[in-house]
Design a binder for this molecule. Structure first.
Ligand SMILES: [Zn+2]
Length: 192
């Protein structure tokens, strides 16, 4: 996985804490210990309150990026966020003020919005419908579809190859149509 700088990395890592592993949905932030370790590893304030907010903002951001919820799902996490002017050197600089207990959650939302402005449409869900991961496409043509070519990209390619091979086995037309009507293993089990 590509490590992204700063809050963009924090955002993508957070969105990708609910992967599907061997067909089972996982949550890397399920326990308080895991949550506190995640916060520490990402240089964020470490507290149970931060962990709770992180899980809540994750649900909101995942739903917004998947276009399942409107953008205002993130508004609760913006309460108490402001910029403070600081006189420094020859002038004024602006310092980000984050609410206590929700600093990491607020950072994730700000990173999402910064991406929305700077790189519209480039943060998106993996095109593999059985995958719950997200990607940020920084490629010039903006055509990346999978969280990882090594996993989802190759898996889908292999499946298409398999489907073509089956179709090419010379069955009578009617039988081939009937076979194609049966869902492939793994499809249609989106219970997450
Ligand atoms: Zn994927």
């Amino acid at each position: 996985m590509v490590t992204l700088p700063g809050d963009e990395g924090l955002l993508l890592d957070l969105l990708n804490t609910t992967p599907v592993v061997d067909g089972h949905p996982r949550d890397h932030l399920a326990s308080v210990d895991a949550g506190l370790a995640w916060l520490a590893a990402h240089g964020q304030p470490v507290s149970a309150e931060e962990w709770h907010a992180l899980r809540e903002v994750r649900s909101a951001l995942q739903a917004v990026v998947r276009e399942e919820r409107p953008t205002d799902a993130v508004s609760p996490f913006m309460a108490g966020v402001s910029y403070r002017p600081v006189v420094a050197g020859d002038g004024i600089s602006w310092e980000l003020v984050l609410p206590e207990g929700r600093a990491a959650a607020a950072r994730a939302v700000l990173a999402w919005d910064a991406l929305r402005v700077s790189s519209p449409g480039r943060l998106r869900p993996c095109a593999n419908s059985e995958c719950q991961l997200f990607l940020i496409d920084h490629s010039k043509p903006n055509t990346a579809r999978w969280c990882s070519m090594a996993t989802c990209g190759n898996r889908l390619k292999a499946r298409r190859h398999y489907e073509r091979a089956r179709e090419g086995e010379g069955r009578p037309q009617a039988a081939a149509t009937a076979v194609n009507a049966v869902p492939l293993p793994g499809k249609g089990h989106m219970d997450t």
